[in-house]
Design a protein around this ligand. Structure first.
Ligand code: PLP
Length: 386
C-alpha cells in the first residue's frame, strides 16, 4: 500500500526533478525530444494539444515554461529563441508613441533595441541613472508612461535597483514594470513577488547554465490581453524556443540551485581578494559590504549575490585588454552565467558610443575552484602591468 504524503517537496526538489517528470509510456525520468514541425488533428478534426505547428511551441518548450513558471511563482511563462527576441516582443507589443523609461546604461542589446525603436518614432524614451530610484521616479510620467524597464543588478556596473520601490512608482503611474534580473535568476530574485508585472530573463545565462543554448523567458502574474498580444508576436515572428534548445534548458535547470550557490561563493571570494588590490582601482560587486547596492541586494537576492562582478584595473585601456589576453583559466569571451568563467573588456564588446569605463573588465564567475580563478587573474594583472 502506498500513501501519498500531503507535504509538497521544496522548490529545489521540484526543479531538480523537472517537476517530477516521468514519461507515461516508458517510465523514463528524462523527456524525449520531439522535433515535429506539425501535429495531426484527431478523429474529430480537433487539435490534441495547444500547439499544432512549430511556431506555437512544443511539448519540451511547454515543459521548460512550466519549470520557469514554478521558479517565478508565475501564472504563465513564454520562452523565446533568445533573450533579445523576448525583449523584442515586449517592445513590439507597445502601442505606437508609448512612453518608455529605461536605464541610461544597461544591457547594450536591449538599449540598442530601445534606441532603434525611438529613432523610428515607435516609442518615446526617457532614461534614468541605473539603480537610482529617485531618478526613476522623476523620469516616469503619471498616466503617460507605459513601460518601466529595470535591470538589476544592472550591466556592467551592477547597480542594484529596489524592485519593490520601482513597482510602487510604476503602479502609481499606471505603467507596467518589466524587470531584467538575468544576473540573479529566479531562484535568487522572485521579481513577480516583489511587484514586477513582467519578469524577463535571458535564459541563455544562469537558467540554461552551460553556454550551449540561447533562450529568453517572460513570466507574468496575470494572463491578460497584453500577454496574449506578446504570445501572438512570438507565433507570427516564429521566435518560439525550439524543442532541442528547450530540452537543453530543462537539463540545465536541474542544477540551477547548485550552480548559483557555487558561482556566488566563488564571486564573493574573487571580489574580496581584489577589493583594495594594488593593481585594481575598484571592484563592482553587490556582495561586498562596501558596495552601494549591498543592503537592497541582501533583501532581494535571497542571501546570495550571484556570479557577476566587474573590476576597474589600474593603468591604461590597453592594460585592461591585456589582462583578458593573458588569462589562462578565464575564457576571453562574452556572455555570462555558464559553468565556465569568462572575462571581457566590456568597451570592446559593447562598442564605441556606449558609456562604459574603458578599463572595466566584466567577469562571469563560474563553478571552478575559486583559488584557480584568483591565481589566474593575479598572473594576468601582473603580466599586463609590466
Ligand atoms: C544576455 C542578456 C540579454 C539578452 O539575451 P540573449 O539571450 O543574449 O538574447 C538581456 N539582458 C541581459 C542582462 C543579458 O545578460
Amino acid at each position: 500500500m502506498t500513501e501519498k504524503s500531503n507535504s509538497r517537496p521544496a522548490l529545489q526538489t521540484r526543479i531538480v526533478q523537472a517537476l517530477r517528470y516521468i514519461e507515461e509510456q516508458s517510465g523514463a525520468v528524462v523527456p524525449a525530444i520531439q522535433p515535429a514541425a506539425t501535429y495531426a488533428r484527431d478523429e474529430n478534426y480537433d487539435i490534441r494539444k495547444p500547439y499544432w505547428y512549430r511556431r506555437d511551441g512544443s511539448e519540451a518548450t511547454a515543459h521548460a515554461e512550466a519549470i520557469i513558471a514554478e521558479l517565478e511563482g508565475a501564472a504563465d511563462t513564454l520562452l523565446f529563441a533568445s533573450g533579445m527576441s523576448a525583449a523584442t516582443a515586449v517592445i513590439d507589443n507597445l502601442p505606437t508613441g508609448a512612453h518608455v523609461v529605461a536605464p541610461e546604461v544597461m544591457y547594450h542589446g536591449v538599449r540598442m533595441q530601445l534606441l532603434a525603436a525611438e529613432a523610428k518614432g515607435r516609442i518615446r524614451l526617457s532614461s534614468y541613472a541605473a539603480g537610482e530610484v529617485d531618478a526613476l521616479r522623476s523620469a516616469v510620467v503619471p498616466s503617460d508612461t507605459a513601460l518601466v524597464w529595470v535591470e538589476t543588478p544592472n550591466n556592467p556596473n551592477w547597480e542594484v535597483t529596489d524592485i519593490e520601490a520601482a513597482a510602487g512608482i510604476a503602479r502609481a503611474a499606471g505603467a507596467t514594470l518589466i524587470t531584467d534580473c538575468t544576473a540573479t535568476p529566479p531562484n535568487m530574485t522572485r521579481a513577480l513577488d516583489l511587484g514586477a508585472d513582467i519578469s524577463f530573463h535571458s535564459a541563455t545565462k544562469y537558467l540554461a547554465g552551460h553556454s550551449d543554448v540561447t533562450a529568453g523567458a517572460l513570466s507574468v502574474r496575470t494572463v491578460d490581453a497584453r500577454w496574449e498580444g506578446i504570445e501572438l508576436i512570438r507565433k507570427l515572428q516564429g521566435t518560439v524556443l525550439q524543442s532541442f534548445d528547450a530540452w537543453l534548458l530543462i537539463r540545465g535547470m536541474r542544477t540551477l540551485f547548485l550552480r548559483t550557490e557555487k558561482a556566488s561563493a566563488n564571486a564573493m571570494a574573487v571580489a574580496r581578494h581584489f577589493e583594495g588590490h594594488p593593481l585594481v582601482e575598484r571592484v563592482h560587486y553587490p556582495g561586498l559590504a562596501s558596495d552601494p547596492g549591498h543592503a537592497v541586494a541582501a533583501k532581494q537576492t535571497n542571501g546570495q549575490f550571484g556570479g557577476m562582478l566587474s573590476i576597474i584595473v589600474k593603468g591604461s585601456e590597453q592594460t585592461a585588454i591585456d589582462v583578458c589576453r593573458y588569462c589562462e583559466t578565464f575564457y576571453p569571451a562574452t556572455s555570462l552565467g555558464g559553468v565556465e568563467s569568462l572575462i571581457e573588456h566590456r568597451k570592446t564588446v559593447s562598442g564605441e558610443g556606449f558609456p562604459v569605463h574603458p578599463r572595466l573588465l566584466r567577469l562571469s564567475i563560474g563553478i571552478e575552484e575559486a583559488a584557480d580563478l584568483i591565481a589566474d587573474l593575479e598572473q594576468a594583472l601582473k603580466r599586463a602591468a609590466r
